[in-house]
Design a protein around this ligand. Structure first.
Ligand SMILES: Cc1cc2nc3c(=O)[nH]c(=O)nc-3n(C[C@H](O)[C@H](O)[C@H](O)COP(=O)(O)OP(=O)(O)OC[C@H]3O[C@@H](n4cnc5c(N)ncnc54)[C@H](O)[C@@H]3O)c2cc1C
Ligand SMILES: Cc1cc2nc3c(=O)[nH]c(=O)nc-3n(C[C@H](O)[C@H](O)[C@H](O)COP(=O)(O)O)c2cc1C
Length: 764
């Protein structure tokens, strides 16, 4: 095949090498505008795992690259006067220039024609003379622009500013992050050694800080001097150097996140940064470029036509690119939002930084550096008041809210059972909640319990509006208190426009087939075209509902619940006031967020007045309507939480969605946790995270990184009431209390999951 590689970066060169390795007869020319040793940038990093893939493709080039590696295992973080070091991270660095020289040598050896100082203006023109053109022309790919209609690139210019510098100061013992507070805001550096005497030193800051420093108007030299002053304490008198002669001005950039919808057009295929980029903070751009090169070479030899090879290549690489881009996005956003975390204790800050891409799990950190993680866990337990010597996972740390002491951080999230009779809980509820309370979670929520018959969602929903309801709930609460050390929280709500609907396992949210009752809400809206339109509440309705809440709270207090939650989420009555999607009122309860919060806050104040002062109240909110600008967005949720905090709400239960049928949620593991993280770290308010959290590792990493104070699991507790006790057994934690009649089962489980038997093990 006659092949042209447009661009002599890692992608173009490694593709040429990989093709020659598979068939020496290919006629391959690499066109590169620069001279052979003329390169911007400093060093690149590879993780150990990445390098194995490359070594398998071409052992000789891998060996020569490896011979030039600078290795390090530790990550060091300078923050608030402390240097925290953790190990086991396994990285290597190499000068970009060295890498390219080695790849050039290898390509020459294999018979690739390398043409330097050759600018290609049109891949389309080139394509007329070759069977295949590989457009590996980098971040600012001309080819991508030339065929923009075909490739359909999405380019997202990110908000932080960064500059890629080098230094002779040694950072040879650890990949180093330095966070420095200046008069103009925080500035931070990512520094790593890549050869015997040079280190990469990437400086990054927010746009606002960058503006205040006036970096935009500086020459590259002035910019280096300014950065030297900022990081003087870490540079040991060494200079910072720029080699970005190809960039005009100060050389500061905004990172462009690129993803093309299509990667090939006729006989032209995009590769490396031209097709997709991954943020530099996870150091995977070169890896992606080189692995894509191998993949393309493979398919060109396994598939009968170019078209088929392109299709397979794009299919295989897109998945990998999306996976890496997702991790890179998490990492990039962490740095974009870093000012949110700059009040964290150095231990927690470090943990948050190390787990920022969400690729490194809690237990994986233990494999990397057990003593560091043990220290971090001990810090967490100490801060939670568990005593000085406790080394247990964060999920087993106690929490105090007012006078409520929770034994651990796992919560059974509220889940409607639809098994009530006329609002009255039955034996089903006694057994259901009793089992969950025996299962080890520190806090068990009861389902949304409604303050009136018409405030129920379905005919099967529980209520708190008749004396027999109070008595039935008291029986359940008494059982939980007598037989377990779990605490129990009463979630109170009113269904609003989502009321008078079928049981959860029938047609959810659909009107009843017969016997519908009238519903009311903030405004005259309907949940869906099939549902009835609610009556807009007038002041008399609002007074009546407030008194219903107050009466229900008095009953919940007498029933002995330990905690109360007001359900202001998921499109029910109080939520219908908060979200502009359903609040169209023209009075003082509609319009601004302040106005829309007025009624929920009025209910909270009325309820707080009758709920025992020693017991906490939480509020569940939908932190994102998932409809974009028209609805509540996470930044509004921060404002909502601030209002709740000022009103005296003890903890915000951060859910999302279910407020509109227009919602388009972005699901995934722990998908709502970022909202809890944002609220907690921007307001300082305690939070609960919920939503697709299902592994102990998720719980531990959320807590340890300071993304929430409690973690709610709903569906996992339907599948396994003993989720917490089982998790503890699996993790080798022997500190959780089992019900005495179950000791024999506990001991067997402990034996089966390895580790020592508990001291208290007794045969009955
Ligand atoms: C600050 C920063 C730090 C980074 N750190 C790392 C890291 O630690 N690890 C990592 O793996 N990656 C890192 N990267 C990313 C990495 O540099 C790129 O992902 C990688 O170089 C992509 O390889 P490529 O071959 O696709 O593109 P490039 O390396 O950009 O190569 C493209 C080549 O094409 C040439 N070219 C372009 N247009 C033409 C034309 N019209 N005619 C002729 N020649 C042309 C260019 O001169 C260039 O040599 C970093 C990037 C940045 C910005
Ligand atoms: C069967 C079922 C019933 C639910 N009922 C309620 C409820 O009564 N009140 C509430 O706030 N959330 C309710 N939810 C939402 C859960 O509390 C939780 O927020 C959601 O299921 C996401 O958590 P998960 O991924 O752990 O299941 C319910 C969820 C399920 C699966």
């Amino acid at each position: 095949m006659k092949i042209a590689c447009l661009g002599g970066g890692p992608a173009g060169l490694y593709f040429a090498i990989s093709m020659k390795l598979r068939d020496a007869a290919h006629d391959i020319t690499v066109f590169e505008r620069n001279r052979p040793d003329d390169t911007f940038g400093w060093g690149v990093v590879f993780s150990d795992e990445t390098f194995e893939n490359i070594a398998a493709n071409d052992p000789p080039s891998a060996a020569s690259i490896r011979a030039h590696f600078a290795y390090w295992d530790d990550i060091a973080v300078y923050y608030r006067g402390e240097r925290v070091v953790s190990g086991g991270h396994g990285f290597s660095g190499i000068a970009r220039k060295q890498l390219l020289l080695l790849l050039q040598d290898r390509a020459r050896q294999l018979g690739v024609d390398l043409r330097f100082q050759t600018e290609i203006d049109s891949a389309g023109e080139l394509a007329k003379h070759y069977d295949l053109v590989v457009a590996a022309d980098g971040l600012n790919s001309k080819t991508r622009r030339e065929f923009a209609d075909a490739f359909k690139p999405a380019i997202d210019l990110r908000k932080n500013k960064f500059v890629w510098l080098g230094t002779r100061q040694k950072f040879d013992d650890a990949f180093t992050f330095i966070f420095e507070e200046t008069g103009h805001g925080w500035v931070w550096a990512h520094a790593y050694q890549f050869d015997a005497d040079t280190a990469t030193f990437i400086v990054e800051c927010s746009e606002a800080t960058w503006q205040k420093f006036g970096f935009g108007a500086m020459s590259q030299d002035e910019s280096c001097r300014a950065c030297e002053r900022i990081f003087a304490n870490y540079l040991g008198g060494h200079r910072l150097m720029s080699n970005a002669t190809h960039i005009r001005g100060s050389a500061w950039l905004n990172f462009p996140r690129v993803l093309c919808e299509t990667w090939s057009h006729q006989n032209i295929v995009l590769m490396g940064d031209a097709a997709a980029t991954a943020h530099f903070s996870i150091g995977s751009g070169t890896k992606l470029a080189m692995e894509s090169a191998v993949s393309m070479a493979d398919y060109l030899h396994s598939e009968p036509t170019l078209e088929a090879a392109f299709a397979k290549y794009e299919n295989a690489r897109r998945t990998e690119v999306l996976r890496l881009q997702s991790a890179a996005r998490n990492s990039m956003e962490w740095f974009e939002d870093v000012e949110r975390y700059l009040q964290l204790d150095p231990v927690q800050f470090n943990y948050s930084l190390l787990t920022r891409s969400q690729r490194i799990s809690h237990e994986n950190l233990r494999l990397r550096d057990k003593s560091w993680l043990d220290g971090a866990e001990a810090w967490f337990q100490r801060r939670a008041g568990a005593g000085d010597n406790a080394v247990r996972r964060p999920m087993f740390a106690p929490l105090r809210l007012r006078d409520l002491h929770l034994k651990n951080r796992v919560v059974v999230s509220p889940m409607a059972q639809y098994k009530a009779v006329d609002g009255c809980p039955t034996d089903w509820h006694l057994v259901h909640y009793g089992e969950r309370a025996k299962g080890g979670a520190g806090l068990v929520f009861i389902e949304m319990t409604c303050v009136s018959a018409e405030g129920r969602i379905t005919p099967g929903c529980t209520g708190m509006y008749k004396p027999e309801h109070e008595a039935a709930w008291k029986r359940i609460v008494d059982f939980v208190h007598a037989e377990t050390d779990a605490k129990i929280c009463c979630q109170l709500g009113h269904s609003g426009a989502k009321g008078s609907t079928q049981l959860g396992w029938e047609e959810m949210d659909a009107p009843l087939k017969t016997g519908n009752w009238p519903v009311m809400a903030a405004s005259a809206t309907a949940w869906s075209p099939r549902n009835q339109t609610a009556r807009a509440m007038d002041r008399a309705d609002m007074d009546r509902v407030r008194e219903q809440f107050v009466a229900a709270v008095a009953m919940a207090a007498r029933a002995g619940f330990d905690m109360l939650e007001l359900h202001c989420a998921h499109g029910y009555l109080l939520s219908s006031f908060i979200t502009p999607l359903t609040n169209q009122r023209a009075d003082e309860y509609g319009g601004s967020l302040q106005n829309r919060m007025r009624y929920p806050l009025e209910i909270f104040q009325a309820v707080r007045a009758v709920w025992p002062a020693a017991k906490p109240i939480s509020v569940r909110i939908s932190a994102n309507d998932w409809v974009g600008d028209d609805g509540i967005e996470p930044r509004d949720a921060v404002a909502i939480a601030r209002m709740l905090q000022e009103a005296g709400v003890d903890i915000c239960d951060v859910s999302a969605g279910q407020t509109s049928i227009r919602a388009r949620p972005v699901y995934g593991r722990m998908f709502q946790t970022p909202f809890s993280d944002r609220i907690r770290n921007e307001t300082g308010m305690a939070t609960m995270a919920v939503g697709n959290i299902f592994e102990p590792d998720h719980v531990n990493s959320i807590l340890m990184a300071g993304r929430a104070d409690l973690v709610c699991l709903a569906r996992p507790h339907l599948a396994d009431p003993y989720w917490t006790l089982h998790a503890a057994a699996k993790l080798g934690d022997r500190g959780e209390t089992w019900p005495a009649p179950y000791y024999a089962g506990r001991d067997q489980l402990y034996r089966l999951s390895g580790g020592a038997e508990p001291v208290a093990a007794t045969a009955v």
